[in-house]
Write a protein that binds this ligand. Structure first.
Ligand code: ACM
Length: 766
């Protein structure tokens, strides 16, 4: 599509979704549901007088929050600039107040509001103080963006989903209460309403439990900060006064302070206690809670032993005493069955309870814990593994291994919170891995997050209604400091806020780009170490099989930059005089492009090299030779099936984008038949290396050619350099280019150094 056509379509999309120039110009995230803009603006006074019909209790809460509110509000009797009216019944208002701490779900309308801005008069109406609080946030954002000048408009707004959360793992690294408060200060301005506090895990227990003091005397303090180094020290814990002690924990007072701070900002703190896996820190402090096979490292508790149940019940007693949240997360993820299989007590439990193996054993403990919490008037949330072996009757499922678990649970009429890792994991890279601090696995860019729809139309009303919301997950294996955590959280959580709040017809990636470009500067200015958006050009290739071409488009994450490029030239560094990118390239053969962003005429980042090929193998046949098959066990790594390596669709900088083909544990050995003897001068395949998931470049590739499919000759071999082999994450095109030769069959073999994962896409033949 031509760029001009695209622009027209974009303009149509914008006008049909009702974006007013006025509100776009003023930029607000998350984008509201509806607005009726009028002409003109209103310069807010430096002190805004307000009246309200709040109850005394609600007014006290508001006044406690106001010193933290960016606009200066002053209560006034009689006529005031700002009028805040609660329109709900006394019961609605009370439910709204209680929901701030207990996290019970409010009807969407009750989180909604109307904000009417006229000249010298602003009116907020909402059924609850939650909605009024959000109206205040919208007003503050407009004022912030307009430097005190707000548009004359009426905004009617409510969320799309009830649950809009951020998860923070404080086990792998400990973050203090001040850090959490600082995040809540900002998150509430985006109408995020849940913090999922991952308090316990292998690497440290973070909540003081008086009945089990060793959890925090020992298991809150590990013997090394770096988790690999700690693993080398046999994952041992120590006491706080040990010279190598690294960690921390929260006291009951810390928890109370945070819960109250969050409540005043309409954020509920949901604690997570991991059961039964991710529990090395538990069994390390209390070995009697582990299985009775050989001693040593294990990450699961024994489910055959009643002591385990007494332990978790006591822990949950304290948790429910400290946390008013109706929902308690009890983990359930990634428990190995290894020790249970060999443990006499676990096996006796399986027999006694007539359970069908270890999956049902895990389900047994989850169900028992659910029953216990239900008896205390609480409900559980668990990771999607709680579906295995039978779902606990009242559980909410948090879908993280993609969305299948969430869909399955919704079909079983269970509530679901969507956190699929490819869209919602903030421990993943957010830009070209080699340019970023060490992170986990693949790339979850801002675009990936923003593109996510937690309840697409095909779910239908019947199942879609069980999708309660969305959450960004911040696992901290590689995130040791608050400033690094902020870097990983922002801007991605801001995209989550719009995914969770705004209707699909109000979401617009181009418009979001403009708003986030402005917003992220403000976030940085407020003292948060946000990722300042990518300084690199992004590229996308779309294949058009009918017209035998590739459409190569370039883009940027920021709206305040231009893309300059060179094409098929020796000049690998575009300058300000190089052409400006304005529309996609149509590639019938091969092109090499170097593209770079410029901000105010100055280059930023480094040039991006992109190669696009409508190559000779596209649409031809490929066979997987003996003992070579790609990794069918996980559909993310099939690349789309048997033709993935020569379909013209290239894997991106994220090996989990569904386009890469994974080989595990075997080598790759494929033969491509070009259909007829053809002149060939280029045979290369692209591989991805991602060491922290065990994916490496091949140790060696060998390429053979044949005219008749019987007699093959070696064309070339290729190997990564020692330096490339050591890189944490990298991509490499491996193969041959040389004088044109005439062949029909190409056999491409890629050998792994040891049987692990190898990702390939695409094999390009020119
Ligand atoms: C998870 O990421 N293990 C829930």
């Amino acid at each position: 599509m031509k760029f001009s056509k695209l622009l027209i379509l974009l303009a149509l999309a914008i006008s049909s979704s009702g974006f007013s120039q006025e509100l776009r110009q003023f930029g607000i995230i998350p984008y509201p549901e509806h607005e009726t803009p009028q002409k003109g603006t209103y310069k807010l006074p430096t002190e805004i007088s307000y009246t309200t019909n709040y109850t005394a209790e609600d007014l006290k809460d508001l006044q406690q929050y106001l010193p933290n509110y960016p606009l200066k509000l002053k209560a006034q009797q009689g006529k005031a600039v700002l009028e805040i009216n609660l329109t709900g019944t006394p019961q609605d208002i009370q439910k709204g107040r209680e929901a701030a701490s207990n996290g019970e779900y409010l009807p969407l309308e009750d989180e909604g509001y109307t904000l009417s801005i006229a000249r010298k008069h602003i009116k907020i109406e909402s059924p609850t103080t939650r909605g009024a609080f959000y109206a205040l946030q919208t007003l503050a954002k407009l004022a912030e963006d307009g430097k005190g000048i707000v548009p004359i408009t009426t905004i009617t707004d409510k969320p799309r989903f009830k649950y809009r959360g951020l998860h923070l793992d404080v086990s792998r690294h400990f973050f203090d209460i001040d850090f959490l408060k600082k995040q809540i200060d900002l998150l509430c301005t985006y109408k995020i309403n849940r913090i999922h506090w991952h308090l316990t895990d292998t690497h440290g227990w973070r909540l003081e439990i008086p009945a089990y003091p060793k959890l925090t005397e020992l298991s809150a303090w590990r013997t090394a900060s770096d988790i690999n180094e700690w693993a080398e020290k046999k994952s041992t814990f120590c006491t706080k006064d040990d010279s190598q002690a690294y960690g921390g924990y929260y006291t009951a007072d810390d928890v109370k302070e945070l819960v109250e701070y969050a409540r005043l900002r309409h954020v509920t703190i949901i604690p997570e206690i991991e059961i039964p896996g991710h529990s090395w820190e538990v069994v390390s402090a209390y070995p009697e809670l582990s299985c009775d096979d050989e001693p040593g490292y294990r990450n699961e508790v024994c489910i055959g032993n009643e002591k385990t149940f007494r332990f978790f019940e006591t822990v949950l007693d304290e948790v429910t005493r400290l946390f008013p949240s109706h929902y308690i997360h009890i983990g359930g993820d990634e428990a190995s069955r290894m020790h249970w299989k060999k443990c006499s007590l676990c096996q006796a439990r399986i027999k006694e309870e007539n359970l069908n193996g270890e999956d049902e054993l895990q389900s047994y403990i989850i169900k028992r814990m659910e029953k216990y919490l239900n008896s205390k008037g609480r409900n559980i949330i668990g990771w999607d593994e709680i579906l295995d072996g039978g779902l606990a009757p009242n559980a909410t499922v948090m879908s993280w291994r993609g969305t299948d678990g969430g869909v399955k649970a919704a079909k079983m009429k269970h509530n679901v919170i969507m956190t699929p890792n490819v869209h919602c994991y903030f421990d993943m890279y957010q830009d070209i891995p080699e340019t970023q601090p060490k992170a986990f696995a693949y790339v979850v860019s801002l675009d990936n997050v923003y593109a996510y729809d937690p309840a697409p139309k095909e779910f239908g009303e019947e199942f879609g209604k069980y999708i309660l919301g969305v959450q960004g997950n911040t696992w901290t294996e590689w995130i040791a400091s608050g400033s690094h955590a902020e870097y990983m959280i922002y801007p991605r959580i801001i995209a989550i806020s719009e995914v969770g709040w705004s209707q699909m017809n109000r979401r617009d990636a181009e418009n979001f780009k403009e708003r986030i470009t402005r917003e992220i500067k403000r976030v940085l200015h407020k003292g948060y170490n946000a990722f300042p958006l990518s300084p690199y050009v992004k590229s996308k290739q779309q294949i058009d099989r009918e017209n035998k071409c590739i459409e190569l488009s370039l883009s940027a994450e920021r709206s305040d930059v231009q893309i300059h490029y060179t094409m098929d030239s020796e000049d690998t560094t575009p300058t300000i005089n190089s052409p400006i990118y304005s529309e996609p390239f149509i590639v019938k053969d091969s092109v090499k492009v170097y593209a770079q962003l410029f901000e105010n005429g100055t280059p930023i980042g480094t040039p991006l090299y992109i190669r696009a090929d409508y190559h000779k193998a596209i649409g031809k046949s490929i066979t997987y030779n003996e003992k070579c098959d790609y990794y069918h066990k996980d559909k993310r790594y099939t690349g789309g099936g048997d033709t993935a390596l020569i379909d013209g669709i290239r894997g991106s900088i994220s090996y989990a984008d569904g386009k890469w083909q994974g080989f595990c544990p075997n080598n790759m050995d494929v033969t491509i038949d070009l259909g007829e003897v053809t002149g060939v001068h280029y045979i290369k395949a692209n591989f991805a290396q991602c060491k922290n998931v065990g994916a490496n470049l091949p140790e060696k590739v060998e390429i053979y050619g044949s005219v008749d499919g019987k007699r093959y000759m070696l064309i070339a071999t290729d190997e990564p350099t020692e330096e490339e082999k050591l890189k944490e994450t990298t991509f490499k095109e491996m193969g041959w280019t040389g004088d044109r030769m005439r062949i029909r069959y190409i056999r491409y073999q890629a050998k792994q150094a040891k049987p692990q994962y190898m990702f390939c896409d695409e094999i390009v033949i020119q």
